[in-house]
Design a protein around this ligand. Structure first.
Ligand code: URA
Length: 220
């Protein structure tokens, strides 16, 4: 992928990656580290669950079939992959692509939090339930996807995982609809912040983190 322009955040991310490489207490050390890539100055951070076969081989997130769909959706917005940042919660591939275990998520999550703090995006887009449940532990992906939530001072918009979209047309259709909201959410971010500060209830997402997504204000 073409490298984004140099940013002061680049060094911090580089150091974090180095710290992870040295951390032998992490699980899944038999797989390669897939740290994440993109523009560290992005407004939008996509977070998947864990690398798969191709990601492990190439050391890059979302480069297999699910990644192709993600790329197509990003391009469909008129954005480029190198404009945004993509990473995973678990940054090494679980064997046979099994679901990440709670203890693997717990072990890798401090690094995700540091990565998040460095990139400091306005919008977090968790891809799939594992990533979403890290931020919204009790949410159901079918209910929460495409809705927006406050998570600390950031907007969070869970999306279906592109791999799930490849398995079911209805999921793919829903993902496309939700994905198309991202530029609108990005554009309205400052407005949402203003409304939140002024306590305007009618179109502000509710405070974080939402135990029950049904209670969240829906902006769309
Ligand atoms: N699925 C994920 O969750 N992450 C990747 O990087 C690839 C597939």
């Amino acid at each position: 992928m073409p490298q984004a322009n140099y940013s002061p955040k680049t060094d911090a991310l580089h150091n974090l990656k180095y710290e992870m490489e040295k951390d032998k207490s992490l699980p899944l050390l038999e797989s390669n580290l897939v740290f994440g890539e993109g523009n560290p100055d992005t407004d939008v951070l996509f977070i998947g669950e864990a690398p798969g076969y191709h990601e492990n081989m190439q050391g890059r997130p979302f480069v297999g079939q699910a990644g192709k769909l993600l790329d197509a959706m990003i391009l469909g917005l008129g954005w480029k992959r190198e404009d945004i940042y993509i990473t995973n919660i678990v940054k090494r591939r679980p064997p046979e692509n099994r679901d990440p275990l709670p203890e693997e998520i717990a072990a890798y999550s401090p690094y995700l939090m540091k990565q998040l703090e460095i990139i400091n995006p306005k919008i977090i887009a968790p891809l799939g339930r594992f990533s979403m449940n890290f931020f919204l532990p009790d949410a159901k992906i079918s209910l929460a996807q495409g809705k927006i939530f406050w998570w600390k001072d950031r907007l969070l918009m869970p999306l279906y995982h592109p791999a799930a979209a490849l398995r079911a047309t209805a999921v793919k259709d829903a993902l496309k609809v939700s994905f198309a909201k991202l530029p609108v959410v990005k554009k309205k971010y400052e407005e949402f912040v203003r409304d939140r500060k002024s306590g305007k209830p009618e179109h502000t997402p509710k405070p974080d983190p939402a135990p029950n997504p049904k209670k969240q204000a829906e902006l769309f």
